[in-house]
Design a binder for this molecule. Structure first.
Ligand code: PEP
Ligand code: MN
Length: 352
């Protein structure tokens, strides 16, 4: 439910509305629009509330939002959220590239990958130090040591880092090294983890779950937003369908639909969506054509020797081809590529 204040309502009136909402046992969230202020009412609202809040001075109307997500909803927050990572802006209409190995392996490989990503116009370095694997016997990542390798690659190249955090107990530690925390598909509904990253003081990229509906995905984003973390990026990475010819099925519908329903930026992940390196470029082009704010792409200097997801990893040469083609699609759509990113040196910054 949202309380729309009259244009010209006073600060005291708005504060009174917020106080009343809290007294009634709900959480409130104020959003300043260009013309007027709205206050979202968070909690299990009931129809009588429309009259109760509607009669307060300065209130124009009280609107029930049929969608269960509020802070993630464009109805509540009409303008695009722009997530800033150093000087990189995601969600402002430009197109960005996050790229790097699936998992952090050797320092040498990660630095080589980072240099190649930067040379091809990449804006962020990806790499998993904590890896969710279907089998417990597969390589599960170097853990904290992997975070140090990523930090070294950031220092070498200036590329900000995005990396996955899998366990709520590791959030502070990962947030000390990462510029963006990634929530993997398998953890989209790990609500304890979502609560923790909501408090971590870092932007979060939330991947869509393997069988996550759009509504479940946006509700998962709502968990993070409800802790006051506004810097949430969504990532469509393919969903599980009856089709087994590809690793997942890239839901291109999701991109324009989520951009209509929500103000949050959306990134396409054609690597995990397809599972095959030769499908990554065409599906990445489709994602950008459909309105994605950027792509996350697995790139490895030697995909045959990658410790995970080699079959879907691009060589640096193929990544360069992809960025060149995406730039042409973006240009045809009147969208610039994002400016090259320079990481604020955030390593070791204590999560707030
Ligand atoms: C990854 O980004 O390497 C990853 C594990 O992705 P997902 O969570 O989408 O499977
Ligand atoms: Mn991977």
């Amino acid at each position: 439910m949202i309380v729309v204040m009259k244009a010209g309502s006073t600060e005291e009136q708005i504060i009174h509305v917020q106080k009343t909402i809290r007294e009634l046992g709900f959480k409130d969230h104020r959003i300043h629009g260009e013309e007027r202020t709205v206050v979202a009412v968070l909690g299990h609202v009931y129809p009588e509330l429309i009259d109760e809040l509607g009669s307060i001075e300065g209130v124009d109307s009280v609107v029930r939002i049929s969608k269960p997500f509020k802070l993630a909803s464009r109805e509540v927050h009409p303008h695009n959220t722009i997530v800033k990572i150093g000087n990189l802006s995601i969600g402002d209409g430009s197109v960005c590239f996050m790229a790097g190995p699936c998992s952090v392996d050797s320092e040498e490989n990660v630095i080589e990958a980072a240099r190649a990503v930067k040379a091809a116009g990449g804006h962020m370095l990806r790499g998993g130090a904590f890896k969710p694997r279907s089998s417990p016997y597969a390589f599960r990542g170097h853990g904290e040591k992997g975070l140090h390798i990523l930090a070294t690659a950031r220092q070498e190249t200036g590329l900000p880092i995005i990396t996955e955090v899998m366990d709520a107990r590791d959030v502070d530690m990962v947030a000390q090294h990462a510029d963006v925390l990634q929530i993997g598909a398998r953890n989209m509904q790990n609500f304890t983890l979502l609560d923790e990253v909501g408090k971590a003081g870092r932007p979060v990229m939330l991947k869509r779950g393997l069988s996550g509906t759009i509504e479940e995905w946006l509700l998962a984003a709502e968990y993070i937003l409800s802790h006051g973390n506004r810097d949430v990026i969504l990532c469509e990475r393919g969903i599980r369908t009856f089709e087994t010819a590809t690793r997942n099925t890239f839901d291109v519908n999701a991109i324009p639909l989520v951009k209509k329903l929500s103000h949050l930026p959306v990134i396409g992940d054609p690597s995990h969506a397809t599972g095959k390196w030769y499908l990554v470029e065409p599906v990445g082009l489709a994602a950008v054509a459909a309105g994605a704010d950027g792509l996350i792409i697995e790139v490895h200097p030697n995909p045959d020797h990658a410790l995970s997801d080699g079959a879907q990893s691009l060589t640096p040469e193929n990544f360069q081809k992809l960025t060149d083609k995406v730039a042409r699609v973006a240009e045809a759509l009147g969208r610039p590529l994002a400016q090259p990113a320079v990481a604020e040196v955030t390593a070791k910054r204590k999560a707030s």
